[in-house]
Structures are given as structure tokens and as C-alpha cells.
Design a protein around this ligand. Structure first.
Ligand SMILES: N[C@@H](CCC(=O)N[C@@H](CS)C(=O)NCC(=O)O)C(=O)O
Length: 189
């Protein structure tokens, strides 16, 4: 089983953490170089990481990859409420990935205009909602939604894309899981 990703991608890191104790090969791509882009395109025409290759089966998108793996390892499927947590995490992560790509395209992402205001508002609302979910104990165990939240927060801080540190529950959550061995091993810094 091969996982195409990069050491900096928060979406790929989720699966690297989920697969921490399972046999797999992680292929670290620089998706903006010609050679790695070609390999990525051959395996996923949407040209996004992560992509999983399991024998003849290719799976695109972290959410689907998780479902595929959970099924393969006979884990209990997520509940609808847990799926909603993933949707919140993905919404903020997608907005922040867009902001990063725009910054790298020399666009001022601090500007007061509809697109940027919508992303900032979404990210703040999601962090606030997730802060409440942490307070209610929804992330007390190290399972896939917890892994995804950790990867979002850690990557947002690593890329200095938004502030979440004023949310005290998120701050405690991040601190609690920062010292895990596999978390340290996959730290993009
Ligand atoms: N919905 C996708 C999002 C994955 C994603 O946005 N990956 C980024 C890297 S963090 C990517 O491949 N970006 C390439 C691009 O947008 O061209 C998932 O959950 O896997």
C-alpha cells in the first residue's frame, strides 16, 4: 500500500498518523515539480494529495481514503455527528489551503473583499465551534476526527495562516497531543 503525499500537507498527515502502526509506504512528493506532478497525475487526475494506491485500487481524497482504510481494517464507521466534525475541519482546511495558494500567487489575502472575508469568517466560526466540541469531550480519544483536528491546528500554526490560540480548549487540545511519538515524527517543521 502506497500513500502519495507531502510532509507538509495536513490532509496527508492525517493518514500518515492513522497509518502510523500499519505497513505502508509514504511517498513524499513535491507536487509543484514536473517529475512528481507527472506521477501524481498518473495516479490522480485531480492532482491532489493524498492519494492511496492499494494494489490495483487507487483512492482519491483523504475522506474517502479514511473510509476505505476503516473498512479494510474493520473499524466501526463514523457516526453522522463525527462525519459533521470532519466536514467542519475540512471546511476550514480547504479555506486555508486556498489562502496559502493565493499568498503564493502574490495576492493580498488580508484585503477586505467578499472572497477573503468569507474564508476568514468561516475559519473563525469553525474554530469557535470546534473549541466548544473539544470542551464537550468530543475529542478525548485519539481517533480519526481527533487526528484531523490536530493536523489542521498544527498546520495552521506552522503556515501562520490564522489564529486559533485564543481558543483555550483548542490550545489545551494541541498541547495534549503534541508530544505523541507519531505526531513528532510527522512534524513538518
Ligand atoms: N479534499 C481533499 C483536499 C486535499 C488537498 O487540498 N490537498 C492539497 C495539498 S494540502 C493539494 O493537493 N493541493 C494541490 C492543488 O490544489 O493543486 C482531501 O481531503 O484529500
Amino acid at each position: 500500500m502506497k500513500l502519495l503525499g507531502s510532509t507538509t500537507s495536513p490532509f496527508a498527515r492525517r493518514l500518515r498518523l492513522f497509518l502510523a502502526n500499519e505497513a505502508h509506504e509514504f511517498i513524499n512528493l513535491d507536487i509543484f515539480t514536473e517529475k512528481d506532478r507527472e506521477l501524481l497525475t498518473q495516479n490522480n487526475p485531480a492532482q491532489k494529495i493524498p492519494t492511496l494506491i492499494d494494489g490495483e485500487q487507487c483512492i482519491y481524497d483523504s475522506r474517502l481514503i479514511y473510509r476505505y482504510l476503516a473498512n479494510k481494517y474493520q473499524q466501526t464507521p463514523l457516526t453522522w455527528d463525527e462525519e459533521n466534525l470532519l466536514t467542519l475541519i475540512d471546511a476550514a482546511n480547504d479555506s486555508l489551503v486556498s489562502m496559502l495558494v493565493l499568498q503564493r500567487s502574490d495576492i493580498d489575502t488580508e484585503q477586505d473583499s467578499l472572497f477573503f472575508n468569507l474564508q476568514r469568517e468561516r475559519v473563525e466560526q469553525v474554530f469557535s465551534a470546534l473549541n466548544n466540541e473539544v470542551a464537550q469531550g468530543r475529542f478525548n480519544d485519539w481517533y480519526y476526527p481527533t487526528i484531523c483536528l490536530f493536523c489542521l491546528l498544527d498546520w495552521t500554526e506552522f503556515r501562520s495562516l490564522a489564529q486559533w490560540q485564543h481558543f483555550s480548549e483548542l490550545k489545551l487540545f494541541h498541547l495534549k497531543y503534541s508530544s505523541k511519538a507519531e505526531v513528532k515524527l510527522t512534524d513538518p517543521r
